[in-house]
Ligand binder design. Structure first.
Ligand SMILES: Nc1nc2c(ncn2[C@@H]2O[C@H](COP(=O)(O)OP(=O)(O)OP(=O)(O)O)[C@@H](O)[C@H]2O)c(=O)[nH]1
Ligand SMILES: [Mg+2]
Length: 191
């Protein structure tokens, strides 16, 4: 839950990267972590199995500098996408101020994307929130896949609310910071 500390002149918020297993959530966080100056981040915590699938979550805090005399620090999290970690996803999502949905653009992953998005909606409802009323960005990742669907089709199936979308190839960093900037802007505006 966002915290505005007037005395300490700090703003803190939580951003969660959600989406189907293997879609590229961890890859986004790793790229951000590698690229921003070390002074702007805390330590990256990643709890993964040997096959690199996220077991619990990835997390690090990111300092965005100062706005109107307030320092802004956002905690970035990923959920584990594999089906059997639903409880963990629910816990990580709790108190999120903004959500990035990392979709896998490959045609064969469309149903997985839809299921993950439905689950996200359900968990948010449990917190009294909806995608329409909270800071939300959709990232169409893996645009380099040979079977990547046209974004118009992905929009139709995954983005009925016309949230902001970003095309990405997270392995090479394309679209990663555009996505991050978009969600940070929405969260900051919502506070
Ligand atoms: N071709 C391609 N591969 C990608 C892209 N982004 C990520 N990958 C690869 O996809 C695989 C899964 O990426 P992860 O970031 O671990 O996916 P995740 O969403 O964190 O997966 P879970 O932790 O299981 O939920 C890795 O091998 C990445 O290198 C991309 O844009 N294009
Ligand atoms: Mg992961």
């Amino acid at each position: 839950m966002a915290l505005v500390d007037l005395a300490g002149r700090q703003i803190r918020g939580k951003i969660v990267y959600y989406g189907p297993a293997y879609g590229g959530k961890t890859t986004n966080l790793e790229y951000i972590y590698r690229t921003v100056p070390a002074a702007a981040t805390g330590e990256l915590h990643a709890i993964a199995a040997e096959n690199e699938r996220t077991l619990f979550f990835d997390y690090f805090p990111l300092d965005l500098g100062t706005v109107n005399g307030f320092t802004i620090r956002y905690q970035l999290y990923t959920v584990p996408g594999q089906a059997h970690y639903e409880r963990t996803r629910q816990a990580v999502l709790s108190g999120a101020d903004g959500v990035v949905f990392v979709a896998d653009s490959a045609a064969e992953r469309l149903v997985d994307n839809e299921q993950s998005l439905d689950e996200l909606r359900q968990h948010l409802l449990g917190q009294g929130k909806t995608l329409a009323t909270m800071p939300f960005v959709v990232q169409y990742n893996k645009r380099d896949q040979p079977t990547a669907l046209p974004t118009a089709e992905l929009d139709q199936r995954l983005n009925p609310g016309a949230a902001m979308t970003v095309e990405a190839i997270a392995v090479s960093g394309a679209g990663v910071f555009e996505t991050l900037r978009a969600i940070c802007k929405l969260v900051t505006r919502s506070l």
